[in-house]
Design a protein around this ligand. Structure first.
Ligand SMILES: Nc1ncnc2c1ncn2[C@@H]1O[C@H](COP(=O)(O)OP(=O)(O)OP(=O)(O)O)[C@@H](O)[C@H]1O
Ligand SMILES: [Mg+2]
Length: 251
């Protein structure tokens, strides 16, 4: 027979074991999510590297042009390395990228610059409104990736427009919320995927689409106490909005 103290010890011991199993399961699930998101982003970086290598083969590219193409390759490799490092860091330490107070417009500008390096973004005119200096608690790398995915979708749709391909990016601020709106003049979301757009592996009309871009974008927005949704989509174009909350502790 256990006396009361021993009984408590056994209970505490099994509670502790259950708790550490839960923590480990959560850690493995975060590693899985991070690996999925990193693999998705790496595909885009590899596309940029491949396209630039092809351009470099053209002997008529001027010295300045070659230098820019090489710089883009180096940036893409550095970006992939940093993402892999962050996964390794998390799997060793259990600590994720922290949220830092930063200007959202800086992240949006970086995403716009990055998508212009992608072959599907090169010939699209991307217009940006006047960005407010709004700050929020953000995981800058993930937020940039979410906005990049929305921008890339918009550019890919716009290139299928019968008009000159155009994409517009706006940032608005309403009380505690910041909204990033991305619109394009593409042919609209295919009816076959309208209802399942944000589910994993749903893709239509793209030979190499994995169907993860919108799933990841929404998940990242949710980590910022926000979301992603379709404002409007018709034969003249599509508009997506990503929202986030300035102060995560007010959730
Ligand atoms: N701006 C848009 N205009 C029209 N259709 C869109 C737009 N954005 C998304 N879609 C549709 O939604 C589908 C899912 O988008 P999602 O970004 O999740 O995957 P994907 O672009 O196919 O692949 P990837 O994983 O490479 O992003 C797309 O395949 C496309 O058919
Ligand atoms: Mg996509």
């Amino acid at each position: 027979m256990f006396d009361k103290g021993v009984g408590l010890d056994v209970r505490n011991g099994s509670q502790r074991r259950a708790q550490s199993q839960m923590i480990e399961a959560e850690r493995m699930s975060v590693i899985g999510r991070m690996a999925c998101s990193i693999t998705h982003d790496m595909r885009h970086s590899l596309t940029v590297i491949y396209a630039n290598a092809e351009f470099l083969e053209h002997h008529d590219t001027c010295a300045n042009g070659r230098a820019n193409l090489l710089l883009e390759i180096q940036e893409a490799v550095l970006d992939m390395t940093e993402r892999i490092d962050s996964l390794l860091h998390f799997s060793r330490s259990g600590r994720n990228n922290s949220f830092v107070r930063e200007r959202v417009s800086l992240v949006v500008e970086k995403a716009v610059a990055a998508v212009k390096h992608h072959p599907d973004g090169r010939n699209v005119s991307i217009t940006r409104g006047k960005f407010p200096p709004a700050e929020a608690d953000i995981d800058a790398r993930n937020l940039e990736s979410a906005i990049y995915n929305l921008l890339l979708n918009a550019c890919q749709a716009a290139t299928r427009s019968t008009h000159v391909p155009e994409v517009t990016v706006l940032i608005t601020e309403v009380d505690e919320r910041i909204y990033v709106t991305i619109s394009d003049n593409g042919p609209g979301i295919p009816t076959s995927v309208r209802k399942t757009l944000f589910d994993p592996f749903v893709t239509a009309g793209k030979p190499n689409g994995t169907g993860l871009g919108l799933t990841l974008a929404r998940r990242i927005a949710e980590e910022h106490v926000g979301s992603v949704w379709v404002e409007e989509s018709n034969r003249e174009g599509t508009e997506f909005t990503l929202s986030l909350t300035k102060n995560r502790s007010l959730r």
